[in-house]
Write a protein that binds this ligand. Structure first.
Ligand SMILES: [Zn+2]
Length: 161
């Protein structure tokens, strides 16, 4: 039994995201577009001991099986995260996450004159993944690069709610 299981009650139905790098749980919620206002019961456990990561965060969301497309976004900040879909207290499915080749509508281009940044243009941001480790993305419109620290900065900024 892992230590966090003693700290958080098991959920009957929902999604458990384990092996999140320590301190990133709020960014995970931001990427999953969970603000706490949706009414789901959400448990955040931060800085628990883990054999695999040293310390880690865990997020549990009750009564929601998170859309796999949203889960894949987590690869941006938590590539080693493991996803368990829980039904009736049992692990119904374990999902792996994988960073897609194109990341759309999550991050914004750092070039202020990029067409994807213009409010009067109905264009969503779109980046090609050039490298996964370290993370490096390239804007599909203006070709500006976005590096790992810039990606994290954007996600952390959004998770301050
Ligand atoms: Zn751009």
């Amino acid at each position: 039994m892992e230590e966090y299981e003693m700290k958080v009650t098991k959920i009957k139905n929902g999604t458990v995201i384990d092996h999140i790098p320590a301190g990133k749980a709020l960014s995970v919620l931001s990427l999953l577009e969970l603000t706490g206002k949706e009414g789901y019961t959400i448990a955040l456990v931060m800085n628990v001991k883990s054999r695999k990561l040293g310390i880690k965060d865990v997020v549990k969301v009750e009564n929601l099986e998170i859309n796999p497309n949203l889960l894949n976004r987590l690869a941006l900040i938590a590539p080693e995260a493991t996803i368990n879909i829980i039904r009736d207290y049992k692990v119904y499915e374990k999902r792996k996450i994988a960073l897609q080749d194109v990341v759309e509508n999550i991050l914004k281009c750092n070039n202020p004159t990029c067409i994807s940044r213009q409010y009067n243009e109905p264009i969503i941001s779109s980046f090609r993944v050039i490298s996964k480790k370290p993370l490096k993305l390239k804007c599909n419109y203006c070709m500006r690069y976005l590096n790992e620290s810039e990606v994290i900065e954007q996600i952390v900024e959004r998770s301050k709610f």
